[in-house]
Design a protein around this ligand. Structure first.
Ligand code: ATP
Ligand code: MG
Length: 422
């Protein structure tokens, strides 16, 4: 057997304790923010039937074509996929458990997503999202609410350098008309298409508009615009979303090239983008997906949602100078001697009963070496018990951020510590 140290899978990161504090803080902020809009938490499995994503996201999307971790269960042959996103699972869960029966639902979830992409800054193979879904709402009020929510979160986090891009994809009929025009247009210029575009010409021509290939840009600029095909209802919906945003003074840019990478969107789509993170600048993306619930087997119902990338948001916060304070500890408990050692864990429990955060020294060692650890621990004070103190039912309380040490009866210890750390 090899003794080589094993490494994490490429593109999948460990979040170490020094950084995890920032995650915990961020998760608290996000939870509070979502609850302030009445969204309720839902938790879905990380593994789903592969068919779910094929059906929801679309066979000819980047995700389904080349980014999914799919495998056959070696025990029963089931085709499974590590979720690349949460919307499909969330809708599947809502339908499976009849959540939409007679009542719309405002739902959110957080957690790991998996995509087999080329790892780089802001792009990982296991990454984390918060996803927000409003199922059963026709909008445009809910579309606007989702955008306003994001604006509030940026404010809460003091994020300034982020802009809102907005577009509408219209409805099925206008998309069909547009699709035919696109196929005709790109078909006339088939010599100028790259391999991806040529492959997509008949399966998913809308995605050609999303191409990042510089050589294709002039051709794309001249392509028929979906905006010109939209029917009145979709236009009215889009105008109403914009009207609400204006009323709330949320600035936006209409970007008719914004088509999103997933097939299920219609009408409103949006992205919040920053220029401070290089190429991976989309922090948060979403839109309306009125067809998805039916596509997954439910009774037709409209819906809208978005997801934000937690790694990218935290990178932006860190880039702006945010770092998290080290984890707080009230007491480092030092003890030496047979009697003191026997008492120490009881004293630690008593202090925890009083609501204090206590690190009990374990593993022995001299007073001097234990005190060194106490000093390095970032605790507010050390409680020191030797056999003399133990016999007298006392402890020495030593403030670690300046101040004199005192001898305290064990019964008074919690009160004295609380005074000290106030
Ligand atoms: P991109 O265009 O950057 O590939 P996307 O359109 O594939 O993004 P969505 O599926 O809309 O992304 O996911 C929503 C958000 O999740 C993105 O805006 C981004 O912040 C984050 N995200 C997506 N893929 C990754 C990844 N591989 N690593 C880190 N974050 C990601
Ligand atoms: Mg992507």
């Amino acid at each position: 057997m090899s003794n080589e140290t094993l490494q994490a899978v490429r593109g999948m990161n460990d979040i170490l304790p020094d950084e995890a504090g920032l995650w915990l803080w961020f998760e608290d902020v996000v939870r509070e923010w979502l609850e302030s809009y009445g969204y309720r938490n839902i938790r879905m499995p990380l593994l789903e039937p592969t068919a779910l994503f094929k059906r929801a996201i679309g066979e000819v999307t980047d995700i389904v074509e080349k980014e999914m971790y799919s495998f056959e269960d070696s025990l029963n042959g089931d085709h499974l996929t590590l979720r690349p996103e949460g919307t499909a699972s969330c809708v599947r869960a809502a339908l499976q458990h009849n959540l939409l029966y007679n009542a719309p639902q405002r739902l959110y979830y957080g957690g790991a997503m998996f995509r087999h992409e080329r790892p780089q800054k802001g792009r990982y193979r296991q990454f984390h999202q918060f996803g927000v879904e409003a199922l059963g709402f026709v909008g445009p009020d809910i579309d606007a609410e989702m955008i306003l929510m994001c604006a509030r979160l940026w404010k809460k986090l003091s994020i300034r350098d982020v802009t809102l891009q907005l577009n509408t994809l219209g409805d099925a009929a206008s998309r069909q008309r547009h699709r035919e025009k696109l196929i005709a247009y790109f078909g006339r210029h088939s010599g100028d298409l790259d391999a991806d575009a040529a492959r997509r010409l008949h399966s998913n021509p809308l995605r050609i508009l999303d191409s990042k290939n510089p050589a294709m840009q002039t051709l794309i600029e001249g392509a028929p615009r979906l905006m010109d095909e939209l029917d009145d209802e979709a236009l009215k919906h889009f105008a109403a979303v914009q009207e609400i945003l204006r009323r709330h003074e949320v600035a936006f840019e209409i970007n008719t090239r914004l088509v999103r990478g997933l097939d299920y969107y219609n009408r409103t789509v949006f992205e919040w983008v920053t220029t401070r993170l290089g190429a991976q600048g989309t922090l948060c993306a979403g839109g309306r997906f009125d067809g998805l619930i039916e596509q997954i087997g439910g009774k037709p119902a409209p819906a809208c949602g978005f997801a934000m990338g937690i790694e990218r948001l935290l990178a932006l916060l860190q880039e702006g100078g945010m770092n998290c304070p080290p984890q707080e500890l009230d007491v480092y408990l030092v003890h030496q001697g047979e009697l003191a050692d026997a008492m120490a864990s009881g004293v630690a429990e008593q202090l925890r009963d009083a609501g204090l955060r206590v690190l009990l020294h374990c593993g022995g060692g001299s007073f001097k070496s234990q005190m060194k650890k106490a000093d390095a621990s970032n605790a507010a004070c050390a409680v020191i018990i030797g056999d003399d103190e133990a016999r007298a039912g006392q402890a020495t309380l030593k403030p670690l951020r300046g101040g004199e040490q005192v001898c305290v009866a064990l019964g008074e210890l919690p009160g004295r510590i609380n005074e000290l750390i106030k």
